[in-house]
Write a protein that binds this ligand. Structure first.
Ligand code: ADP
Ligand code: MG
Length: 683
């Protein structure tokens, strides 16, 4: 790739406000900026002018196609590319894109996951331009350019069929309730709230040939079998290690492509496990951060393929070594520039109101937050002594909580500044952070933001962000409604309610070691939900508190929420069944043949008697269990209670198969191995 500095290429393919200004009349441009600031919908003539500017820019950039780009309920993106080819009245080909086509598209809604509601919906679905996330151009490896228009996706009746619509509604609700609270606290000049997210994306990168040679990796992007690696990840010391030059070339191309599309690619480093990496952009408004996260994953995948590598985003591709997560760092700021989670804020009433409210929200909506990070693959990662535990708690620094205890009794309490002393006189002594880090907590406060570490690396951050908005809005709304009932001393009333919430919800705070077994017992004692798996967690979407919160904030109707639940459950079960089918095929098509050859060879040699015995017994055992698994899959086609069948029969049988296979893998010589093992893939 050509050498050029970042500022020249950054945002080259984004139709940002500067470009719109150039391509639009001033009147329309000013209208557009004003509307955007207020978060309102564009009036038709402004929308038409902006759409026309986008079209002219895209054509001037050499784009040949455009597409509405949306996020159906499958954590992925969807698109339908349409060329600019049109025929004019003289029968000649012209390049055209009507404003109407830019603003609204149509897609068959029944072909996307819709939670079994498609019979009651008309099949018609609409994609509607979301002007709050910038339009951009994507360029493929052959320099073809396509204009991408971020859109919401809903049914004929306006039912949200995607991830984006609820997030946009939830951000609206959060803005509404934050502004009410800010007013009570005397901040009348804030007109808008920005909900920010910074997403840390973990992933694995392996040689493409290894990926291709295993059916489980091909079908599921994770291994179903495989004995532990010889080297432990600690000895491997991959974390923050020097980056391999091949990987570095790959990362470089990823960064450059993303910079062009306006993604602020910032950090890239080796993660804890071998072949594991992390990619981090600078935080941005949540809607944009979520759109861009999809772009990041897609770019990483495509560039990896070009470099002969395979990027794996599944949460637990290899047993026995760390899985991958996606950490969402959330903060809320006013349009006047105040970060409401900034522990350094001088106005401690302001800080503690939002800080305590977030803690309360996570306690009140604990199971919803758990659901938002739940999936079959994330179940394999959570609680694995490396990832966050599967129980949601908050790490909130003893110091800040003590400060709040004192402060809420006496608002003259002052915080103390502690300097960091390394014992080396030549080193500077910076001010120490309010709190340490806690890697074992799923939800941590880190001085100016909350970080949710439970989300799986392959999940979209959109739904978790929606849930956290709904939860926090609910707490803020309850307080604002109460304050509305009094005519004087509103601020005192509010601070009293914050204190009450603190007392009620402080049980969610756990600053100890989340990996410790005693924490599970302690959590149960405190009444914090401890679900045994995601399937169990999904049921809490039927809880009245959760339904009411979604309905009253107008984020999701009861039907829309039920739709999501059934999509989540369906996906969980489908994944488990696909795993089982893949496992059966791996054994029937290759492993059994290889084992047989090994056994014959051992028999012929006459030596290795005990090994022969182990191999024969294990093979028989595996054969019996694969047959059982096949029968269970047959049964699953007609079984009414599929959840129980999967949880109680299919998954345990697969576990047994894995355990017996893994126990002999180390004794199978390379020439009898049907596919590369963990040592070969990871080291
Ligand atoms: P860590 O050291 O925890 O791995 P990283 O630097 O990898 O942190 O990622 C932290 C993420 O948090 C980045 O995306 C960063 O931009 C984001 N972040 C920093 N400050 C804020 C904030 N106030 N609000 C939201 N996100 C933030
Ligand atoms: Mg990081």
């Amino acid at each position: 790739m050509k050498k050029t500095n970042i500022s020249k290429m950054f945002g080259e393919y984004v139709c940002d406000d500067k470009i719109l200004k150039k391509f639009t009349k001033r009147k329309h441009y000013n209208n557009y900026i004003k509307t955007k600031e207020l978060g309102e919908s564009l009036d038709p003539s402004t929308a038409k002018a902006i759409a026309s500017a986008i079209k002219n820019w895209a054509l001037s950039m050499g784009a040949t196609h455009y597409t509405h780009w949306f996020m159906p309920l499958n954590s992925k993106t969807a698109e339908k590319q349409v060329s600019f080819v049109e025929i004019n009245s003289k029968g000649e080909m012209i390049e055209e894109l009507s404003e109407k086509a830019l603003i609204k598209g149509e897609a068959d809604a029944s072909s996307f996951p819709n939670g079994g509601e498609r019979n009651t919906f008309e099949a018609r679905g609409y994609t509607i331009w979301d002007y709050t996330s910038p339009v951009f151009i994507k360029e493929d490896f052959n320099s073809n350019k396509v204009l991408y228009i971020p859109t919401a996706f809903c049914s004929y009746n306006g039912v949200a069929l995607d991830e984006k619509t609820p997030l946009l509604r939830a951000t609206q609700a959060l803005t509404r309730e934050c502004l009410r609270i800010l007013k009570i606290l005397g901040y009348n000049d804030a007109k808008k709230i920005n909900f920010y997210t910074g997403i840390e994306q973990e992933y694995f990168l392996i040689k493409r040939e290894n990926y291709k040679s295993r059916l489980d990796l091909n079908i599921l992007n994770r291994t179903l079998l495989g004995a532990k690696t010889l080297k432990s990840q600690e000895i491997g010391s991959h974390y923050f290690g020097s980056i391999d030059s091949k990987v570095s070339e790959f990362m470089n191309e990823v960064d450059r492509r993303l910079w062009k599309m306006g993604v602020t690619a910032k950090h890239q480093h080796n993660e804890v496990a071998p072949c594991q990496y992390e990619f981090v952009p600078i935080y941005s408004p949540t809607n944009i951060a979520c759109d861009q996260n999809q772009l990041i994953m897609e770019t990483i995948s495509k560039v990896a393929k070009k470099h002969g590598l395979k990027a794996i985003f599944e949460e637990k591709p290899f047993a026995g070594i760390n899985g991958s997560g996606k950490h969402a760092n959330w903060s809320i700021a006013t349009d006047t520039g105040i970060n409401l989670f900034d522990a350094d804020l001088e106005d401690k009433d302001l800080f503690f109101t939002f800080f305590i409210s977030m803690i309360s929200a996570i306690d009140k909506f604990n199971s919803l937050i758990r659901v938002s990070a739940s999936s079959r693959n994330n179940d394999l990662r959570l609680g694995g002594d490396e990832a966050p535990p599967s129980v949601v708690s908050v790490f909130a620094s003893d110091y800040l909580l003590e400060l709040y205890e004192k402060y809420s009794c006496n608002s003259n309490t002052k915080e103390k500044t502690v300097l960091l002393d390394t014992g080396v006189t030549s080193l500077p002594m910076p001010v120490r952070d309010f709190c340490d880090r806690n890697r074992t907590s799923p939800f941590t406060f880190s001085g100016n933001r909350f970080e949710f570490r439970m989300i799986g690396s392959n999940q979209s951050v959109t739904f978790p962000s929606t849930c956290v908005c709904v939860a926090l809005s609910n707490i803020l709304k309850e307080m604002a409604d109460e304050v509305d009932k009094v005519s004087a001393n509103k601020k005192e009333k509010l601070m009293g309610l914050v204190r009450k919430n603190f007392e009620k919800h402080k049980k969610i705070v756990f600053n100890g070691n989340g990996y410790d077994e005693s924490w599970l017992k302690e959590a149960e004692k405190r009444g914090i939900p401890t679900f045994k798996d995601s399937l169990e967690a999904f049921d809490s979407l039927d809880d009245k508190t959760i339904i009411d919160a979604f309905e009253s904030s107008k984020v999701l109707s009861k039907t829309e929420l039920a739709m999501r639940k059934s999509v989540l459950v369906e996906r969980y079960l489908e994944t488990a069944i696909l795993e089982a089918k893949t496992m059966i095929e791996m054994f029937n098509k290759s492993i059994f043949y290889n084992l047989e050859s090994l056994i014959v060879s051992l028999k012929n040699s006459g030596d290795w008697k005990s090994l022969l015995k182990t191999m024969t017994t294990t093979r028989d055992n595996l054969s019996k269990n694969i047959e059982t698994l096949s029968k269970l899959i047959e049964l699953s086609r007609t079984e009414k209670d599929l959840s129980s069948l999967v949880r109680e029969k299919i998954l345990p049988t697969m576990k047994e198969i894995r355990n017996s296979y893994d126990s002999i893998e180390g004794y199978i010589p390379d020439r009898f191995m049907p596919f590369p093992n963990y040592n070969q893939i990871l080291y």
